[in-house]
Design a protein. Structure first.
Length: 233
C-alpha cells in the first residue's frame, strides 16, 4: 500500500500527509482512490495506462470484503468495529499473482455469504483449510487473519494446508464450528504458472499476460458461483 493511501486510511491528519507530499500529488491521487479501478503501480495519475516496463497496467476493480474486528474499535485503531479488506490489498499480499489473489477473494466472499449471511464475519475467528497453496493460501490468510505458525498467537493453527489432491477449501467459523466447503472447479495456478515461466524467459510476453490477467480478474469476480466452485455445507 502506498504511503499516501495508508495515511488517509488510518485517519492521520491530511496536514501531516501534505507536509511530506506536495498538494499536487495528493490531488492527483484522488481520482484513483474514488474511481472504479485502482492501479497497483500507483502513480498518482488516473490516466496512466502503462507501467515503466511498457506493459499495460492491470485494472484492479474496487471491491471490498467487510468484516468485524471488535478490538480495532476498542483500542481506537478504527472508529467502529467494521473493517474493510480491498481486492487491491489482497493482490498486494503476493505482489503480482492476481489470478490466485482474486480467486481467493471470491472464495472468501462466497464462503462468508453462506456462513454469515447478512452478518459480518469476525476476523481472526475463522479457520481455513486449503489445498490451494502458494499465493492463494496467503491471500486467505490475509483476509481472515488465519496463520499457520507465525503472526498473532490466537491465529496460529487457523491456516491448515491440506494435500493438493483434496481440491477443496474449508472455512470454519470457530465459535460455533460451522463449516462451508468450496470445491474449486479449477486452479488459477494452472493458468498462470506456465505464463509466468514463459515471461521469465521472454519478458516481451508480459503484455499478453497482463491482458489475460484482466480477463481472469473479471471472470473470477463475476462468473456465476457454480462455474467456479461446488459448494458443500
Ligand atoms: Zn500463486
Amino acid at each position: 500500500m502506498s504511503t499516501n493511501k495508508r495515511s488517509i486510511k488510518k485517519g492521520n491528519s491530511v496536514f501531516s500527509f501534505l507536509s511530506n507530499h506536495s498538494r499536487r500529488e495528493f490531488l492527483g491521487s484522488v481520482p484513483v482512490l474514488c474511481g472504479g479501478f485502482v492501479f497497483l503501480q500507483h502513480s498518482g495519475h488516473a490516466e496512466t495506462k502503462e507501467g515503466l516496463s511498457g506493459t499495460p497496467l492491470v485494472k484492479i476493480p474496487e471491491r471490498s470484503i467487510y468484516m468485524k474486528l471488535p478490538e480495532s474499535a476498542l483500542y481506537g485503531i478504527t472508529v467502529d468495529d467494521k473493517i474493510e479488506i480491498t481486492l487491491a490489498e489482497v493482490i498486494k499480499v503476493h505482489g503480482y499473482c492476481v489470478g490466485g489473489g482474486t480467486f481467493s477473494f471470491r472464495a472468501a466472499q462466497e464462503a462468508f455469504a453462506i456462513l454469515y449471511e447478512d452478518k459480518l464475519p469476525i476476523r481472526h475467528q475463522i479457520q481455513v483449510k486449503t489445498s490451494h497453496h502458494c499465493c492463494q493460501a496467503a491471500a486467505l490468510a490475509y483476509i481472515t487473519g488465519a496463520r499457520k505458525d507465525y503472526g498473532a498467537f490466537h491465529s496460529w493453527g487457523n491456516l491448515i494446508l491440506i494435500p493438493e489432491e483434496e481440491k477443496k477449501i474449508v472455512f470454519m467459523d470457530k465459535p460455533n464450528s460451522r463449516t462451508v466447503t468450496l470445491r474449486p472447479l479449477f486452479n488459477p495456478h494452472d493458468t498462470f504458472e506456465p505464463l509466468f515461466k514463459k515471461t521469465k524467459k521472454d519478458p516481451g510476453f508480459a503484455s499478453e499476460v497482463s491482458k489475460i490477467m484482466n480477463e481472469k480478474i473479471e471472470e473470477y469476480l463475476t462468473a456465476p458461483r457454480e462455474k467456479l466452485f461446488v459448494v458443500e455445507g
